[in-house]
Every structure is written in C-alpha cells, then in structure tokens.
Design a protein around this ligand. Structure first.
Ligand SMILES: Cc1ncc(COP(=O)(O)O)c(C=O)c1O
Length: 437
C-alpha cells in the first residue's frame, strides 16, 4: 500500500488518521507520508521516497535512525528480560552517567515522557515549598498536562493582552478553569516583566519553569544574561528554578542549557534525546528538593519507569555521544551551525522572500519575516508568516528534505548527518525558495 492508501485506511480507525495532531494532515499537506524505515540520517516512505530527516522523531534521535549501538543495546538487554519493574543496575548506571554530564542532577527519578517529568516536577515543587502558584512563560510548551496548557500556541497578538498583564489563553477544551488558576503567565526574555510579577506575588510561587531555549515557538535563544536573571530572581524569593530541558537536554551542549548558559537549576526535566527514540525521561535536581519524592511524600509512580531495556539504550546513547571527548555532542552543534550558516547564505542571496534562520547549535528554525530577528513569542505572533513556512516545508519534502511543517517546532541535527546532507539540504532550500509563492 502507498502512503495515500494507508492514510485512507488509517482515517477509518485512527483519530485524524494518526497518533497526534502534529503528525497529521493538519500540517502535512495533502496527507502525511507513511514512513517505513530509517537508517542514519535518512527515512524512506511507503512510496519509496527517501528523505534527509531533520525532524528525527521530534528530536528523540540524536544518533540518527537505527544506530547500531542502540539497536545492539536494546536487543541484548531485552533478550535477558525486557522490564522487571524492579531495582536494576542499569538505572543506577544511567543516573550516574546523567549526573556526570549534568552536575545539577544530584538525584534522578526516571519516568516515561517529558509531560510526565513536568507533572512530577510541578507537584514536587508545590509539595516542597508549600506554595500553589506556578509561573510559566508565554509560548513555552511543557507537555500537555492541564496546568501547563496555557498560552503555548501562537495567537493573534491582540488576544494576548498587555505584556504587563497577559491574558492567559487555555489551549484546549476539556481543561477546567480551576486547573490553570494557579498558573501565572509572563512574557519571556523580559526581565522587568518577571521582576514585577515576583515583587507582587513571588512569595506565593512554588517554581518558575522555563525552557532554556524557546523551542516550541520556533527557536528563540535567551538574551544575554536573561536566564541568570531568572535564576537569581528565583533565589531572592525562595522560588524553585525549574529548567525544562526536554528539547535542549543532551543536545545544545552535553549538559544542555544548564551548561551552555552556566545555570544551576533546582529542578531539570529531560526527555526526547535522552531516550534515543524510546519513551524514557527523567526529573532531576538538587538532592534537598528531589528528596521530597522519598517514601511517596510527594507521590510519583509508574509501571514503566526506567524500563530496563530502554534504560540500556539511553545509557549506550550517552556513552556513544561522550566518546572521544564528547565527539557526538560536538557533531550535533557543528552540523547545526553549518546547516544554519548555509541557509543564511542562501537567504541572503535572494530577494523573493524575507526569511531568516535562528539556531542554537543543533536546534534551528526558519522564519519568514521582515524582522532581523525574533526574540519572543509576541514577535513570532506578530511578524512571522507561519503559514508560508508550512507551504515551504511541504514543498521541501517533494525535494527529499523532511522537516515538521509546523513553524512552532524546529529542525534538529543528529550524529548521522553528514556534510553532504547539509549541502543537499541547502541546495534543496534554494530551489524551493525559487518555486515558493
Ligand atoms: C520543552 C518541552 N517540555 C515537555 C515536552 C513534553 O514532552 P513529551 O512529548 O515527551 O511528553 C516537550 C515536547 O515537545 C517539550 O518540548
């Protein structure tokens, strides 16, 4: 069956023909290709088309597809028992490896997804501090749990209200207002806005949760010193500083944004790249905070936590990336910089479309805009033509380049991407811009 036939079949049994709206015909036009196999940097669909994959399962595959070390680790572990739901050596080794890379991860608790890690982290922050309020930033996504689904999606700028008093926008039906009444929304990359709110309500806030790089509104880096200011404001009000590294962890630097920007968070979440394509995530942090989970004082359970064979894959992945003085991690960044610079050169050499590329190492995104840079969610809502990006990404796929057509997501590199892949992508983008309306 080809992709179209599979899509027709899927629609009669799977909601919207798939397992998440971000993979559906909402963004993949006219329908999503059905992917049959992947090896290294490439994937092949049911129609026999091969693509250079810059989406890498939403960032979950830092080594690329079917990496031999990962395949070997998971199959060898699984052959001796897939999961025991019991204490095992590999969970200790994996936690030790994480701590060696991220010193702020003094204690580790495994779970299964970024969403779950945040759910546990928020409950823990409230339990440890005895405070109810959680502060999150506009345009940041922390998974689909009720209390965090506020102002994550791009909106008409007028609906966002004044930056001094943002209108919180609940992003889904089915969320009772009570679930978000303790969620405070503040614009990001704006220290004064945060300072004002902390002055007013700092003593009610359990934690400030932030992405280290805004990676769910394209790719927007923190302004110089911004995250350090967030951290020190947190300290001044005894608020826990919670860095959500689901996207950035083990990607933008070995130790994620904590390392890149010199931060010392109280809580950190990891997911995506940690699991090497498998559902494995972690909540980590300062011992004095994490110990709130002891004896179930703050409750967090999970049948599949630290699933043995998946933990073996995660461990093999981190060791592979750290090999030869972090060569894997370095490669993610080098490839990201080469690709971004190549795109910038193409963008500068044409006049048809105002378009820019923003990247932090191996995390990048393209914005169709007249603006020289996008530095917050409100800029994105006001001046980025995200529909044009969707057309561009779908066109790019016809030239053998696979990226998620949602502008709010991003492109990621893997260790498997070669300079040749970068070059081919840049040339495809050039051709695409000439064709794009
Ligand atoms: C920063 C951030 N936090 C949390 C999540 C949720 O992770 P998951 O999709 O594994 O539940 C995501 C997912 O994209 C994310 O980008």
């Amino acid at each position: 069956m080809n992709s179209l036939e599979l899509y027709e079949r899927a629609k009669s049994i799977l909601v919207q023909g798939g397992s998440s709206a971000s993979r559906s015909s909402l963004v993949f036009h006219p329908y999503p290709p059905s992917i049959e196999s992947g090896l290294g940097a490439r994937i092949v669909d049911a129609d026999g088309n091969s693509y250079i994959d810059w989406m890498m399962a939403f960032g979950a595959l830092p080594l690329g597809h079917a990496h031999p070390q990962i395949v070997a680790a998971v199959t060898q572990a699984a052959a001796r028992g897939i999961h025991f739901g019991a204490a095992s050596l590999v969970e200790i080794e994996l936690a030790e490896e994480i701590h060696a890379i991220v010193p702020a991860a003094e204690k580790v608790r495994f779970c299964n997804s970024g969403t779950e890690a945040v759910m546990a982290g928020i409950r823990l922050a409230r339990g440890v501090t005895g405070r109810r309020k959680i502060l999150k930033f506009e345009g940041h996504y922390h998974g689909w749990t009720d209390s965090m689904l506020v102002t994550t999606n791009a909106q008409r700028i007028a609906t966002l209200g004044h930056p001094n008093n943002p209108v919180p926008i609940i992003d889904s039906s089915g969320i009772p207002p009570g679930a978000v009444e303790d969620t405070i929304i503040v614009p990001w990359n704006d220290v004064d806005a945060l300072r004002r709110v902390m002055l007013d309500r700092g003593r009610e806030i359990a934690c400030v949760i932030t992405e280290g790089v805004m990676a769910n509104t394209g790719v927007i880096a923190p302004l110089d010193g911004y995250l350090q200011s967030v951290q020190s404001l947190c300290k001044s009000y005894d608020v826990l500083f919670y860095l959500d590294e689901t996207c950035t962890g083990f990607r933008v630097a070995p130790g994620g944004c904590a390392e890149l920007y010199g931060l010392d968070p109280d809580l950190i979440s990891f997911g995506k790249a940690l699991g090497q394509g498998f559902p494995l995530a972690a909540l980590c942090g300062r011992s004095s905070v994490m110990e709130g989970l002891e004896w179930g004082k703050v409750m967090h359970y999970g049948t599949f936590n630290a699933c043995r064979s998946l933990a073996a894959a995660a461990l093999a992945g981190l060791r592979e990336q750290r090999r030869d003085a972090n060569s894997g991690f370095k490669r993610l960044t080098t490839t990201g910089n080469h690709l971004s610079n190549g795109l910038r050169e193409v963008f500068a050499s044409q006049r048809r479309h105002p378009v820019i590329c923003q990247n932090v190492g191996g995390l990048l995104q393209v914005f169709f805009t007249e603006a020289p840079r996008i530095s917050d969610f409100r800029d994105y809502c006001r001046v980025v033509d995200s529909e044009k990006f969707t057309r561009f990404a779908n066109l790019l796929r016809t030239r053998g380049i696979y990226v998620n057509p949602s502008n709010a997501l991003h492109w990621v590199t893997s260790v498997s991407h070669s300079e040749n892949d970068v070059e081919q992508t840049v040339r495809a983008v050039e051709g695409c811009l000439a064709e794009l309306r």
